[in-house]
Ligand binder design. Structure first.
Ligand SMILES: *Cc1c(COP(=O)(O)O)cnc(C)c1O
Length: 340
């Protein structure tokens, strides 16, 4: 049986959160002398600790209720909070499927939590054997599923993700940083069905707001209550909340850009496949492509000399570079450099 209270670290379950001035008083007033703010200036007031306006807008856009949204200072803060809320340091474990996003390991290391790594199959996907192995790990609290996966680009099996969700009595995190580039339905639509599901998305990729540091978690209100009491009170700055609200107004521009990036990706997949120095182009549902070459570190250096930086992922996948889809002009420049 899945019992949320039992999964939460005892110190977090017992935590009495900091009560900020902005929280203590929520009515209407003209004079605020409660938070030791400066009466002068432009950004002189503390921001809304719960980012209510922004969540309202996101609720509309994402088709979920605002109480099912938590915002972090980037998804990376959400990942860190997952370890802090659910994993007793030096005792509990988390599971990742490799190769995958590096922050799960770093965040686990910071929190002194052991990560068990299981290798994805030859198509970089889940299978029955991996599900069975996962179910046999002791003191396992968190399973991270990154889909579409970074750095491979493919979306992971919905069947085996669903099986993990229904069989595992811990938290299943589905990291959908690249969901907006993927045509498949988001797992956030299933949070009412799976009480142990937490879905991560971000404004850093498709929304073009990496500089504003806004990550989203979708989960039950009960689970998110632990996030709200554990986070730093003012974790999203006022300018960042404002920047996000403004960007989220223009959904037409968003769709136009996502479409363009998708078209460019198809173009790049074809062009890269036709190059003799490229051995393999992996299928991608994201805004990047993983390509295998003969000598990834060498080619990486050569591109750097030409002023082009891609990501050398040789340490994760043999002789692979991860190439982000840029503007049409940037992509063209890269192709020209590779053709020489
Ligand atoms: C880029 C990325 C994120 C986003 O992190 P932010 O902190 O929101 O910028 C999260 N997960 C994965 C897998 C990513 O590739």
């Amino acid at each position: 049986m899945f019992k949320l209270e039992k999964l939460v670290r005892p110190n977090i379950a017992a935590l009495k959160p900091y009560s900020s001035a902005r929280e203590d008083f929520t009515g209407e007033a003209n004079i605020f002398l409660d938070a030791n703010e400066n009466p002068f200036g432009h950004l002189n007031r503390y921001p809304d600790p719960y980012q209510r306006k922004l969540k309202q807008r996101l609720a509309q856009l994402k088709g979920v209720s605002a109480e099912n949204i938590f915002l972090g200072n980037g998804s990376d803060e959400i990942i860190d909070l997952l370890f802090r809320i659910f994993c007793r340091p030096g005792h509990d474990k988390a599971l990742t499927f490799s190769p995958t996003y590096g922050m799960y390991q770093v965040s686990a290391d910071i929190n002194n939590v052991e990560i068990v790594k299981l290798a994805l199959d030859e198509k970089f996907d889940l299978n029955q054997e991996l599900v069975e192995k996962a179910m046999g790990i002791e003191n396992l609290k968190l399973i991270f599923i990154c889909s579409p996966n970074n750095p491979t680009g493919n979306a992971l099996s919905r069947k085996y993700t669903a099986e993990l969700l229904s069989r595992f009595n811990g938290i299943v995190v589905v990291d959908e940083a690249y969901a907006d580039f993927n045509v498949q339905e988001s797992w956030r639509k299933r949070i009412a069905h799976f009480p142990n599901l937490l879905v991560i998305q971000t404004l850093s990729k498709a929304w073009g707001l990496a500089g504003a540091r806004i990550g989203m978690a979708f989960a039950s209100a009960e689970m998110l209550a632990y996030f709200n009491k554990t986070k730093p009170p003012y974790n999203i700055s006022q300018p960042n909340q404002q920047a996000a609200l403004e960007a989220l107004e223009n959904t037409e521009e968003f769709e136009r850009r996502v479409d363009l990036i998708r078209q460019e990706k198809v173009k790049m997949e074809k062009a890269l496949s036709s190059l003799s120095l490229v051995n393999k182009v992996f299928p991608s549902e994201a805004n990047f492509i993983l390509v295998q070459v003969d000598d990834a570190p060498g080619l990486y250096q050569e591109l750097v000399r030409k002023g082009i930086v891609v990501r050398n992922r040789h340490s994760l996948v043999n002789n692979c570079l991860r190439i982000t889809i840029g503007s049409p002009a940037e992509n063209e420049t890269l192709l020209n450099a590779l053709a020489k």
